[in-house]
Design a protein around this ligand. Structure first.
Ligand code: ADP
Length: 348
């Protein structure tokens, strides 16, 4: 099966009193028009800037968390249960709503729950409806900061003890990362909250902002049908990724740690983009190993997977340059084709 990644644009509503830069251009909710910044020369005059048009698989404007779940994740979860790998990534500038999309609102109200808790709830509800299937669910939660790997389920682990390597079948493995087997929705949600709390603790203890790191929550599934005597196991992996803020940091205004962080983020996101372009062109050399982010996601952006990107943008005119850069990145990803087949392996 060949399938391009699905790209959804989610627009975070701006304050009503501020000028807005984005409008929907069609009633199918796929195309947006963005009013670009005024040209330098015309600044101050009434003249307007250029208008840009972008087409996505779907544009989510004023969408509820449940609507975003249905549009972005429901189908990927269903495929994971059939043995297909999946990745859902939230991309965009800091403040555009990536964490809101993936984890939910800070107040943790039930209606504001993000994609990860909804995927967990739906997963266990699906498994309950298939009692003849024996399914092992493993959870891990990884953070990538300045190209080093941190275990969000074990913050005592030093980063150099966690490493990515590929086995003989070119399958990506992360050594030293805790992978916890869970048997209920409650246990899985507890790990999600533990990881999120640890992310906040590291933020304070190590003085780093969570918006400057990538967080990858992975659900591994191993399914056996109890009346199947062939011993076949269907395995899949679902990566739910809250990427670091994509905004450009001014080199003139920042220094030291901020500049170093920005350099790592720019590098990893630009390699993600190069990987995407290389895959789209069918190139033989895809630079997965050039950053930890793309290496960890190798099986999930290029190979055997279903990929969804939620590009988060902020509707306010003051943010238009970042909005345009997010839309351009997301458009490029949309052109990529992925070959997907379910993972079936012999039971060891
Ligand atoms: P990011 O992770 O991209 O830095 P956040 O998810 O932290 O951004 O969002 C910034 C703020 O905006 C948070 O207070 C969040 O609750 C709020 N927010 C983001 N998107 C939405 C939305 N679609 N609806 C309501 N509030 C939102």
């Amino acid at each position: 099966m060949q399938q391009a990644p699905r790209v959804l644009l989610r627009i975070r509503p701006g304050e009503a009193q501020n000028a807005q830069s984005i409008q929907l251009a069609d009633n199918k909710q796929t195309t947006v028009l963005i009013n670009g910044p005024k040209p330098e020369k015309a600044a101050g005059k009434a003249s307007s800037g250029p208008q840009y048009q972008f087409k996505f698989d779907s544009v989510l404007q004023s969408a509820s968390q449940e609507e975003v779940y249905q549009a972005a994740a429901a189908d990927v979860l269903k495929s994971a249960l059939d043995g297909y790998n999946g990745t859902i990534m939230a991309y965009g500038q800091t403040g555009a709503g990536k964490t809101y999309t993936m984890s939910g609102g800070r107040k943790q109200s039930y209606a504001q729950r993000g994609l990860i808790p909804r995927v967990i709830t739906q997963l266990f509800s699906e498994l309950q409806s298939k009692p003849s299937q024996d399914c092992k669910v493993n959870i891990s939660y990884l953070e990538i900061y300045n190209d080093s790997l941190y275990d969000l389920l074990d913050i005592t682990t030093a980063p150099h003890e966690i490493n990515v390597y590929e086995d003989r079948a070119s399958k990506v493995n992360i050594v030293g990362l805790r992978s916890v087997t869970v048997s209920s929705e409650k246990e899985a949600l507890a790990l999600l909250f533990e990881g999120e709390a640890n992310r906040v603790i590291s933020e304070h203890q190590l003085n780093r902002e969570s918006s400057r790191s990538h967080a990858i929550f992975t659900i591994g599934l191993e399914m056996r049908t109890s009346n199947d005597l062939s011993g076949t196991v269907v395995a899949s992996k679902l990566n739910l990724v809250d990427l670091a803020g994509s905004e450009r940091v001014s080199k003139t205004k920042s220094e030291g740690t901020v500049l170093k962080e920005a350099a790592h983020i720019n590098k990893s996101l630009s390699i993600l983009e190069q990987v995407v372009l290389a895959l789209g062109e069918g190139s033989e050399h895809v630079p997965f190993r050039s950053s930890k982010l793309t290496h960890v996601l190798k099986d999930a952006v290029g190979g055997n997977c279903k990929t969804v990107m939620v590009a988060n943008v902020w509707a306010e005119s003051s943010q238009v340059n970042e909005t345009l850069s997010t839309c351009r990145f997301a458009m490029r990803l949309q052109r990529l084709k992925c070959v997907i087949t379910p993972n079936v392996m012999e039971d060891a």
